[in-house]
Ligand binder design. Sequence first.
Ligand code: CMC
Length: 424
Amino acid sequence: MSSAKLILDGQEHEFRVIVGTEGEKAFDITSLRSATGYITLDPGYANTGSCESAITFIDGEKGILRYRGYPIEQLAAAARFPEVCHLLIYGHLPNREELIEWRRQLTLNSYAHETMINVFDHYPPHAHPMAILSAMISSLSAFYPEANTPETLDLAIMYLLAKAKTLAAYSYKKSRGEPIMYPLAELSYAANFLRMMFGHPAEPYEVSPVIERALDLLLIIHADHEQNCSTSTVRMVGSSQANLFAAVSAGICALWGPLHGGANQAVIEMLENIEADGGDYKKYIQMAKDKQSGFRLMGFGHRVYKNFDPRARILKKACDDVLSEMGVSDPLLDIAKHLEEAALKDEFFIERKLYPNVDFYSGIIYRAIGIPTNMFTVMFALGRMPGWIAHYREMRLERGERIHRPRQVYTGENVRKWIPLDER
Ligand code: CMC
């Protein structure tokens, strides 16, 4: 089938059918309004393709996730985060020389402008790190104006990738009143972040290879997820030709919400509540089923995955491996497993195809490696950085998309006559 027909008021309209490289089908309705006067209504965009994209493929029914064609399972098992960043942004795995240079640039550019460090001093100590991160990322456009144009996009990409982890670690150090740590050239992306978070200038910091690998895995798992809420936000803001830092800062704000990336913090808080409540997970399953309670099982359900989330599978196994390698036992992991087991047997969750998502198990690993709960979503943002950048770059450089400007169906008052104040 190469076209679809729509019959409206007896008149036939034909629309091109597009088939993606994995067989996904769509009607191209770009001419719909001009041809018919109608628009489509799709709140939440569950049936709307906002773009064509060659970055990430998801099949939610089969639990498939691939970055540029590579299955997430293979990348999680073998790749390092910087290679995945390169793959997502530039479309191919870097060869040895490219990777050496890419890593070198990532380290050389990881210093934040010294004046930015003073900005941290003006946040209250308990400020949420997501508020600080979004402001600092947007501020990069003020500190590095030379990277704000389409011609210097590669420079902006490098600055953003390299400096985001430094800014995230600084926000943690400042919240604790500890001296900040500068990045070191010989360390990997993950090891540098860990040292900047947990190291102290007065003594050497040994990066545990188990923790370094676990962090790499978490970053890779989160690196892209096609047109989710934050990535669509980045594309939306970028479509106005706003600079990369501004667009990604908006994406960070979108990620913060508990229905999106903020769920990882909400999951741990939920598991802590269950633990404090004597471990009665069944009570929480009941609450999640009761619509009046307003409670949802955090870390469960997904708009796209309707069978299983492949990222959650990888992370569930990684939880067991990392905790046992570290010799840590966490009662929250047992509660999480009981909760999952009970939910997967329950008709409510089966009927609605609700499964654990990426956020269900990630927090348990973050906890084990010492990341404070209010920084979990910052970790998600660091992981998602290459995905946001790849989508911005694809949209601006490769596709030259039009400004995003959806329509609406107006349901308000019809025209009314102005009433002077003393007649109301
Ligand atoms: N607990 C209880 N019921 C749920 C849950 C949940 N976590 N998720 C969905 N439902 C129910 C919902 O009440 C609805 O029931 P009904 O059909 O009877 O009205 C049905 O399942 C469909 O839910 P929906 O809200 O229409 O689904 P959605 O596709 O709009 O939302 C979601 C997807 C992820 C926002 C939602 O499942 C949710 O709120 N989950 C909890 C928050 C969470 O874990 N978010 C992280 C998502 S993964 C990370 C990321 O990429 O963002």
